[in-house]
Design a protein around this ligand. Structure first.
Ligand SMILES: Cc1ncc(COP(=O)(O)O)c(C=O)c1O
Length: 440
């Protein structure tokens, strides 16, 4: 066994882990194998990443071929074919009718956090190029998650992620209210019917700051990390209307919802609302190689294409933007989504998954259940004086029983594979049920 001390693990209870490590050694399809040779059913698709299954042969082959052919290509002032092909594919998925005013351009990053910060910077640059450089305020939402970099953290709204760093929040950021209320929408199946009025909170901030100072609103169309908060019917439409009325850019952070999780290529399609920018990562490469992106509508790109032609138009980018191996993985991934009919697969599993997950209603300590597509959250009442412990115990118990789910505090999160069998979905839910009954 390796020395576990030097590695400081991210978003992990390091001391507990190192006392009782959970070490994975390989993965195939829907299963991990741990260092004791045990098979674990992956009910979380990696970390929302690996919906078409681990080590998909097509992605493995694409990566192997690419690494032996062009391992790296200078990202600035140079190009390579695969990243252009991938951009075209992503744009086609978002803009199937090739609307010249629709999503037409893709800027690559290496993660969801970088996508968040990139989209916020593009929003500022866009308004400045339009002669409205005073539009600098950025609006996020309570309970929002946009990664851990300074921009994303500042517009994010998950308290523990902000608390310790509060002195370093970006200035000029505000938040609209989150949409969750158990008494009013508890146990909703799919989109709650109540709560569209929460969008009006954006008008409150417009009144407070004046629209002429606001650059963008960033929201996850369906919230993941805060514990699966599904947008009330009509809510996203209202946000779009208010943004349009006041010239505010609308950014959808689709790091979780892009590429299948909600039964469409993008949450924007599933929920029928077109933002101005879409952030993505995870499903862009099935998690195989880190890659993120920000896709923008033509007017944004077009506005920024100014100045002398030999000059860089946007002073932003990463050494690994559009990395050739990531691009090869991404291209293979897009082909898989098309060949395997991923969006339809997810839609066809959704009713079964919904029925199963809601069958946990009435189990000990369950206080709410929420779902859309193949994502779901089961919220537990916290144990007195020990918030998060009950959720952690369910996660550990399920792991010991051969199933991987995730807990975010006392919310158990589910994100099964896109081509799960009914038996696998049942096993995931029944394993969690057993833990709920076993844990006081
Ligand atoms: C909506 C959203 N945005 C941003 C991120 C951050 O992504 P990363 O961990 O790749 O930086 C996540 C990660 O889960 C996410 O769910």
């Amino acid at each position: 066994m390796a020395n576990l001390n030097p590695y400081w693990m991210p978003f992990t209870a390091n001391r507990a882990f190192k006392k009782a490590p959970r070490m994975l050694v390989s993965a195939k399809g829907h299963y991990y194998t741990d260092d004791t040779g045990r098979q674990l059913l992956d009910g979380f698709s990696g970390l929302w990443t690996s919906g078409v299954g681990h080590c998909h042969p097509k992605i493995v082959a694409a990566v192997q071929e690419q690494v032996a052919k062009l391992d790296y290509s200078m990202a600035f002032q140079m190009g390579h074919e695969k990243v252009f092909q991938l951009s075209e594919k992503v744009v086609q998925m978002a803009n199937p009718n090739a609307d010249p005013k629709g999503f037409t351009r893709v800027f690559f990053t290496n993660s969801g956090s970088e996508s968040a910060d990139t989209s916020l910077k593009i929003a500022l640059a866009y308004h400045r190029a339009r002669g409205e450089g005073q539009r600098t305020r950025l609006i996020g939402r309570e309970k929002g998650y946009h990664g851990v970099n300074f921009g994303g953290m500042s517009v994010g709204g998950i308290v523990p992620n902000r608390k310790v760093f509060s002195a370093a929040m970006l200035p000029g950021v505000d938040h609209i209210r989150h949409t969750h209320s158990i008494p009013d929408m508890g146990y909703s199946k799919g989109q709650p019917t109540w709560g569209a009025h929460f969008a009006d909170d954006l008008e409150r901030l417009v009144t407070l700051h004046d629209a002429s100072n606001i650059a963008a609103l960033i929201v996850e169309p369906a919230q993941g990390s805060a514990g699966i908060i599904v947008p009330p019917i009509g809510y996203l439409q209202k946000l779009r209307e208010i943004c349009d009325k006041h010239g505010i850019l609308l950014i959808f952070d689709e790091v979780i919802t892009a590429f299948g999780r909600v039964g469409a290529a993008f949450g924007a399609q599933r929920f029928g609302v077109k933002p101005d920018m879409i952030n993505m990562a995870k499903g862009l490469t099935n998690g195989v190689i880190p890659m993120g992106a920000v896709m923008v509508k033509e007017h944004i790109y077009d506005t920024l294409m100014n100045g002398p032609e030999h000059m860089i138009e946007l002073f932003h980018g990463y050494t690994y933007s559009g990395h050739p191996i990531a691009a090869a993985a991404g291209l293979a991934c897009m082909e898989i989504y098309e060949e395997e009919g991923t969006w339809a697969q997810v839609r066809s599993l959704e009713p079964k998954f919904e029925a199963l997950i809601h069958s946990l209603k009435g189990e000990p300590n369950v206080i709410d259940i929420r779902n859309v597509g193949l994502m779901a959250g089961v919220e537990l009442a916290p144990r007195a004086g020990e918030p998060g412990k009950r959720g952690f115990e369910v996660f550990l118990g399920a792991f010991n029983d051969g199933v991987v789910v995730r807990n975010s505090g006392d919310i158990i999160q589910f994100s099964p594979m896109f081509n799960s069998t009914h038996d696998e979905l049942e096993r995931i839910v029944e394993t969690v049920r057993k833990q709920l009954r076993a844990i006081a």
